[in-house]
Design a protein. Structure first.
Lengths: 350, 350
């Protein structure tokens, strides 16, 4: 059947997983993480410019599907993301995602991109950005408890952005730790595989938790967290899913992305709804203190926020310009005369 | 740079605008509208199975970008749609859209589809489905005020689903009326181009309003609506955008899709928030009366609801099976070992 070729207004750049891998490898992961962290930081600095809303979640017994929209008044972005812990057992990703940027002025999409890889990268970049403002100065050693899909990205982000040189790994599944250690073997990081969470946190200035079970878990107990430590809690990110014992929260200074969302999804769902927390953007813009002294326990209660995805998509959009790491997708109808959508069909049939 | 081919779990069927045109023309528009109306009706009958939420809208001075999610517990769907009336003047569509179906059990997308054409089709199919339950029996003549992109689809849906044989067209821009009349010239409909809205509504048992201006407009005044008429108000679909004079609403029996959304977006934003309305699904399942007598004015205050997009996507998913009217899109990362997202990148680099 003869169909006329799509017009220029109908085409939207699409970054597939293959294209994203090409782009990431071409830029190099450490450089990409550092550059992406700059985009995320830049957008945190203009926090007030963004429309912010807690993500729109569809929960089921087995997981969650979420839409995360935001807009800075010029560009709109949203991410589709799922979280299904049992997927691992079926050979699927726990988290997959894709996202879109669009022009606020005319509503036309500007970019469609895979975001499974991109979410892993932006989550790690955000963690390391937060740690640069909250962790003890010149940290050397980070423990990572939970050695799943996010683990290596965290390690490389803290190396590239915070200067960490030693990673201490622990997972309840030793195969996960072996996988992460092998992947990091040529990273320049000193990698120590540990047999317990207690062993992993020894000497660590930063403790990252990124486990995936959808339950109230206690990955860290109070006695495991020494004074002066920075906690980067990545895994507790939906209702009913936490990683830290409540007592740790009560003696930490807690930093969050967007309070209304973190109250529902973060570690602080264990606390009173009026427990004091500080939004990270205030620390970044300098209107709230970050780390004040060497004994303070700081906690970044990270759940992932829409502006971070916006920043990551904005970065990808800038970086694919002039490359071949995308394809033009015929996503939008583009009739010769815009009111004549039906005529476009008629002419296609002719 | 060598990159391994995407695995089967990474691929999502994508229906482009070109593919959608091929599919629509292969099925034939009247048959497609009737079949799609059956899917929409089927999903209205199981209304209680759906997660329902008013759409998530990002408003700007020039338009709106919306996400419309829903789920029946087995399948999740959402639509991205914009509405920018000024786009017409720049050679763009007022409304463009795309949508996704996903598996609730594992969160993986099942279908990505253009929805600019599909929204036009589902809007018309829903209007005609509502009229089959609300309009006077055996209607012959419909007036359509507003002859833009939606107009011909409305005409063909009412022909295919309600048996209408005469369409009376009016638009403030005579070129729009000429365009619609030309497009409908071989439809089998008797088409009458009118010089005023008053002329268009003469003898019409059904009056469809589908204008696009984002303002409180008065396309119909009270004296233009005779007893027994069915009003199909399609164009008033966001805050500050209405088409009917309030007096018409006050003497109509009003039917809506999803009350909380229509209170914000529909004609009834002009009324008290507790003004009685009936949800269409109740009429379809038989638990609320539709048209009761020959003098009643019925009004379908249509704004478009997420379940209708879900039904339309479900229909497309069923109809592309076994055809070539889609392409496989490499949207999802699919590492050999699901926890080894980073290893996938490493192996791609090797």
């Amino acid at each position: 059947m003869p169909i006329t070729a799509p017009g220029p207004l109908s085409l939207v750049p699409f970054v597939s997983v293959q294209h994203m891998m090409q782009l990431v490898l071409e830029i190099g992961i450490p450089r990409l993480l550092a550059e992406m962290a700059s985009y995320i930081e830049e957008d945190f600095r203009r926090w007030k410019a963004f429309d912010k809303t807690p993500r729109v979640a569809a929960h089921s017994a087995e997981g969650v599907i979420e839409l995360m929209p935001t807009s800075d008044g010029v560009t709109y972005g949203f991410k589709y993301v799922n979280g299904h812990p049992k997927n691992i057992r079926e050979g699927r990703q726990t988290v997959t995602a894709f996202g879109v940027l669009a022009n606020v002025g005319n509503g036309y999409p500007l970019l469609l991109s895979e975001m499974t890889l991109l979410t892993a990268l932006r989550t790690a970049a955000t963690s390391a950005l937060a740690a640069r403002h909250l962790a003890p100065p010149n940290p050397r050693t980070m423990a990572i408890i939970g050695n799943g899909a996010q683990c290596e990205f965290q390690a490389l982000a803290f190396q590239a952005i915070c200067g960490v040189d030693t990673i201490r790994l622990y997972d309840i599944d030793p195969a996960a730790t072996r996988k992460a250690a092998a992947n990091l073997s040529d990273s320049g990081l000193s990698v120590v595989a540990c047999r317990s969470a207690e062993e992993a946190v020894e000497t660590a200035e930063i403790i990252t938790t990124c486990t995936a079970d959808k339950q109230y878990a206690t990955i860290l107990t109070d006695n495991m967290v020494g004074s002066g430590v920075h906690l980067n809690a990545v895994g507790g990110d939906c209702p009913g899913k936490t990683e830290l014992h409540r007592d740790i929260l009560l003696r930490s200074d807690i930093f969050v992305e967007y309070t209304p969302q973190t109250r529902i999804e973060g570690e602080i769902q264990q606390l009173d709804p009026d427990h004091h927390v500080t939004e990270l953007w205030k620390v970044i813009e300098g209107s709230a203190p970050g780390r004040r002294d060497a004994t303070q326990v700081t906690l970044f209660d990270s759940v992932g926020f829409a502006t971070e995805d916006f920043s990551a998509l904005r970065y990808i959009r800038d970086r694919i310009a002039g490359t071949t790491h995308f394809q033009a997708l015929d996503l939008l109808a583009d009739p010769d005369e815009p009111r004549d959508l039906y005529g476009m069909l008629r002419r296609a049939a002719a």
